[in-house]
Design a binder for this molecule. Sequence first.
Ligand SMILES: NC(=O)c1ccc[n+]([C@@H]2O[C@H](COP(=O)([O-])OP(=O)(O)OC[C@H]3O[C@@H](n4cnc5c(N)ncnc54)[C@H](OP(=O)(O)O)[C@@H]3O)[C@@H](O)[C@H]2O)c1
Length: 329
Amino acid sequence: MASITATTTFPLPFTRQLQFLSQRQGFFFTRFRNRVSCSSSLSLRQSCDSKCSTNDVISEQEQAIELKNDTQNNASSSKLVLVVGGSGGVGQLVVASLLQRSVKSRLILRNPEKATELFGEQDKEKLQVFKADTRKREDLDPSIFEGVTHVICCTGTTAFPSRRWDDDNTPERVDWVGVKNLVSALPSSVKRVVLVSSIGVTKFNELPWSIMNLFGVLKYKKMGEDFLRSSGLPFTIVRPGRLTDGPYTSYDLNTLLKATAGQRRAVLVGQGDKLVGEASRIVVAEACIQALDLEVTENQVYEVNSVEGEGPGNESMKWQELFEAAHSR
Ligand SMILES: NC(=O)c1ccc[n+]([C@@H]2O[C@H](COP(=O)([O-])OP(=O)(O)OC[C@H]3O[C@@H](n4cnc5c(N)ncnc54)[C@H](OP(=O)(O)O)[C@@H]3O)[C@@H](O)[C@H]2O)c1
C-alpha cells in the first residue's frame, strides 16, 4: 500500500481541464480572484467606500453562488470520498471534480503512479492513494477504509476480450468479484456507496443486450449491483448508457473536452432499465458526485443518459429535480 503526498500544482493540461470543467459546470473561480467583496445591490453599493471600482463589484448572483460553493466546501471538509477506479474515464473526472470542490478523496488504484500522472502532485490532505486490486480480498486492508464517509466505485473492464483482460481482469472478476470484495470490506458507517453499472443489466438475455453480454459483462454487473443492494449499506446505482467523452489520455485535454463535451450536457434520468442511448462521462461523473449528498437518491437505481443541450451542471437542486422526476415516471 502506498500513499502519495506532496505539493499543490496540477500539470498544466490538467489545470486547463479543471478550468474547462468548471466553466462547463458553471463554477466560478471567485475564491481565487482576491477581489473586494462589494455588492451590486443599491444598499450595499452605498456602503462601499469610493475606492470600490466597477471591476471590484461582484454581482449578487455571483455572491450567492460563491456563498453556496463556500457552504458546499465547508460541508465537504468532513467528507472523505473513496474513489475506486479513479484512473478510468469516469473515475478521473470524478477525482478532478472532487479536487476542484476541495472534497478530500482517497483512491484505490492497481498502479498508484497513475495518480501522479493524471492529477499531478497533490497534498495528502486532499488526495490519498492506496494500491489495491479489488479482485484480491487481501488487498482491501481495513486501513484503506478508515475515515471514509462516501464511496464512488467506477471500476470496469472491456465487455469483449482485450488486453485489459490480461491477468484474468475479466468482467466476472472486476464487475462481480471486485465489487463484492469492495462492498464486503466497507465499514457500515459509510453514508453512501455509489456504484457505476450500465443500462441493460436487467435485460442481458434479450437482443441487443445479449450481444453486449456475450462475455457476461451485464450479468456480472447486475450481480455486483444486487450484492450492494442486499448489503444494507446506503447505496445509489448509476447505470449510464454508452459512454462518450473520454477517457482522456491525450495531453491536449482541453481541446478534447471542448471538441466533444460541449453539446451533450442535458441529462436524462430514468428508472426501470428503459432508457437507451449515450451518456457523457462528464455527466456521469457529476451524477455520482451529486448522488453522494442527495437524500432522495438513497437506495435508488437510475439510468443516466445525456443529449445535446443545456444541463444541470453542478447545481444540486436541478439534479434533485431530475432524480425525483425519475421516481414518478
Ligand atoms: N464504455 C461504455 O460505453 C460503458 C457503458 C455503460 C457502463 N460502463 C461502465 O461505466 C464505468 C466507467 O467506465 P469507463 O469507461 O469510464 O471506465 P474505464 O476507463 O474502463 O476505467 C475502469 C477503471 O477500473 C479500474 N480497474 C479495472 N480493474 C480493476 C481491478 N481489478 N482493481 C481495481 N481497479 C480496477 C481501472 O484501473 P486501471 O487503471 O488499473 O486499469 C480504471 O480505473 C465502468 O463500470 C463501465 O463498465 C461503460
